[in-house]
Design a protein around this ligand. Structure first.
Ligand SMILES: *Cc1c(COP(=O)(O)O)cnc(C)c1O
Length: 387
């Protein structure tokens, strides 16, 4: 029998596999399952971006290996976008790196900077890739609990100094998945101070910075004074432009950190298909009316969800950004039992908070990546159950 490496066995059991299995069971019984679990945009990629790919795909120069660090035109488009959107000036040659989706970059980052036994500061609950990437590099995760009374921000003062001194990286993610929490410039200032004191590279996953609601505009970590000397930001076109399947992202910021990640990538992949990067330029530089409309669509869905949950008398914070609603499990704490009950009795899938880490227990996540009428129907089904 083949033995997998220890690093694979170290990964926690994949909770979502269990949900998938239950979902199939319930569907097999003939139930019309409404899936509020999947954080993958259902809205299509805007047509002008698809056309840009079609045209670029015809060009023979794109059929060869791309350049490792990314196409100059794409890196320039990223730098221009950062300047327009955040007022952050980046050198496209040394401070911007093309990624095959930002997941790829966040996962590879520890291979560049973490030695066995080094610590990485990881949010809990959080996107599972931060911990997995750390373990693959032989590092240890120190989990930073994100708690509601603290606005789902980590309490930096609670990180023991001896742990902080061993830390090489700190992952952060605002607007946040799964909690939909946002971070203020004042919080980012504290992060810069912490990173300076302990010489930690901050890896800010800014995936949801453009999925914003009402008048709220999320800041970039890199626009914090001093941030560019301590950290990088990960971003991608996946969520903003409904391009998760395309695999195109970027890492920007501190030069040495970008270079280290680039060196890892040079040795494991050969870059992103250039035609996709050309389409990425069309996304960043083209008309922004469709993403703007998509924001409104998610916002409508958010409002239906929040109203539905409140009608049940359940507590819920109104998210300012990202496409999730994160709410406390009503009358209890067991998120898995709650999710199982919703699926079995109402045919509605939500994600139990514990799937994102132990501090996610007591909460559940609804993804707003499904049509409004389906969300409304899910809310009606919940009203019909006895709570
Ligand atoms: C969706 C998601 C990603 C993955 O982005 P890709 O660019 O598609 O790899 C990264 N981080 C968070 C927090 C996400 O929710």
């Amino acid at each position: 029998m083949i033995q997998t490496a220890d690093r694979l066995r170290k990964l926690p059991p994949y909770l979502f596999a269990e949900i998938d299995r239950k979902k199939r069971e319930v569907r097999a019984r003939g139930v019309d399952v409404i899936d509020l679990g999947i954080g993958d945009p259902d809205l299509p990629t805007p047509p002008h971006i698809i056309r840009a790919l079609q045209q670029a795909a015809e060009k023979p120069e794109h059929h060869r290996y791309p350049s490792y660090e990314g196409m100059p035109a794409f890196r320039q488009a990223v730098a221009d976008w950062y300047a327009r959107r955040f007022g952050v000036t980046l050198d496209p040659d040394t401070e911007v790196l093309t990624l095959i989706g930002s997941k790829e970059g966040t996962a590879h980052m520890p291979l560049a900077f973490v030695n066995p036994g080094d610590v990485v500061l990881v949010p809990d609950p959080g996107y599972p890739v931060y911990a997995a990437g750390t373990w693959f590099a032989g590092g240890e995760c120190h989990f930073m609990p994100l708690r509601r009374p603290n606005g789902f921000l980590p309490d930096l003062g609670a990180i023991p100094p001896d742990v902080a001194r061993r830390a090489k990286l700190m992952y952060l993610n605002y607007p946040n998945n799964p909690t939909a929490a946002v971070a203020s410039p004042a919080f980012f200032e504290k992060v810069v101070e912490f990173a300076r004191r302990y010489d930690v590279i901050v890896c800010h996953d800014a995936m949801y910075s453009e999925l914003r609601f009402d008048d709220y505009v999320p800041p970039s970590f890199l626009s914090t004074p001093g941030a560019r000397e301590v950290g990088v930001e990960f971003h991608s076109l996946s969520k903003t432009y409904s391009m998760t399947g395309w695999r195109l992202g970027f890492c920007v910021g501190r030069r040495e950190a970008v270079a280290g990640l680039g060196k890892v990538k040079t040795n494991v992949d050969s870059g992103a298909f250039q035609a996709i990067q050309e389409a990425g330029v069309a996304a960043l530089e083209g008309p922004q009316d469709i993403p703007e409309r998509y924001r409104k669509t998610y916002q409508e869905r958010r409002d239906i969800t929040v109203q539905g949950l409140r009608k049940l008398g359940w507590e819920v914070d109104v998210p300012k950004a990202a496409f999730f609603v994160w709410a406390p499990v009503p009358n209890g704490n067991d998120s898995r039992a709650f999710a199982t009950r919703l699926l079995e009795e109402a045919g509605v899938v939500v994600t139990p908070g514990i799937g994102f880490g132990p501090s996610g227990e007591g909460f559940y996540r609804i993804a707003l990546t499904i049509r409004a009428d389906r969300i409304a129907e899910a809310m009606e089904r919940l009203q019909e159950l006895a709570w």
